[in-house]
Write a protein that binds this ligand. Structure first.
Ligand code: ASP
Length: 264
């Protein structure tokens, strides 16, 4: 039997620049079990920087008010095209960028606009990893009240049955009519957990800007100690109470299969 895979989710800071994405590739290359990669949208490169997701919400808001999105859109496109250039990828992103801009100008939903951060970044990450790109709108299925449709697990397992690497963008999926739906902010963590469940992963590695779950907020107490092991229940409670290390809904899908969550 082939070995169980590891699912790796990379947060916004981990994919914020070409150098960061190169580190992602090194991490993936270091262990052949790391076959499922769930990227966020590019986050901040410095404290003054703006997350791509925030720019996308802004573009949507401008379009909704009938204002021009060009100035904001140029920033978004420049970030993505800059990443492709920095990484030296042979990837033409213009068609997907143009399509997204046209949809947003044409009245697409805020969820659609925001989801393009992960959707477009997924092409870049798949490009550098030589992985199969899966559009999450085709496999992450939302039912009534934004609840996850359990069919999602089958859809992912069916689409990812070959060996090799898969990139499944975080944060969004679609309802049964194909309309894009997102999780709440930080929701790529949830996508990673769902993918881990679907492929019966050995572990779910959540790569983020802090190593591990800390006893308290390191921005307030710099010497905060790392918690070596924590139960699902305790982790869920911490997330619910506002520990920003993991999205509060990300615990359940992994817990259902007893898959360890490893904060890296
Ligand atoms: N990009 C989305 C956000 O900024 C989702 C995520 O990063 O997990 O909230």
């Amino acid at each position: 039997m082939s070995q169980q895979p590891i699912v790796c989710k990379f947060g916004g800071t981990s994919v914020a620049s070409g150098d960061q994405i190169r580190k992602v590739a090194e991490i993936i290359d270091a262990d052949p079990r790391r076959r499922f990669i769930v990227p966020s949208a590019p986050g901040k490169r410095s404290p003054e920087d703006t997350k791509i997701t925030d720019l996308l919400y802004l573009a949507h808001d401008l379009a909704r008010k009938g204002q021009a999105i060009e100035a904001v859109w140029d920033q978004i496109a420049a970030r993505f095209l800059g990443l492709v250039a920095e990484l030296g990828l042979d990837l033409d992103l213009q068609p997907v960028l143009d399509e997204a801009a046209a949809e947003i100008k044409g009245g697409a939903s805020a969820a659609y606009a925001a989801s393009r951060g992960e959707a477009i970044n997924g092409h870049i990450v798949a490009g550098i990893l030589d992985a199969t790109y899966i559009d999450s709108a085709e496999v992450i299925r939302f039912g009534k009240g934004r609840r996850l449709d359990p069919l999602t697990y089958e859809l992912i397992a069916d689409r990812c049955s070959e060996s090799g690497r898969y990139v499944i963008p975080g944060f969004y999926g679609a309802d049964r009519h194909g309309t894009v739906v997102t999780f709440s902010r930080g929701g790529s963590d949830v996508t990673g957990s769902i993918v881990a469940n679907a492929v019966d992963a050995e572990s779910y590695e959540n790569w983020t800007d802090v190593s591990g779950v800390l006893m308290t907020d390191p921005r307030i107490v710099p010497e905060a100690a790392t918690i070596q092991e924590i139960t699902y229940k305790e982790l869920r409670e911490l997330a619910y109470m506002g520990a920003s290390v993991l999205h509060e809904e990300a615990v359940f899908p992994a817990r259902e299969q007893g898959i360890p969550i490893n904060i890296r």
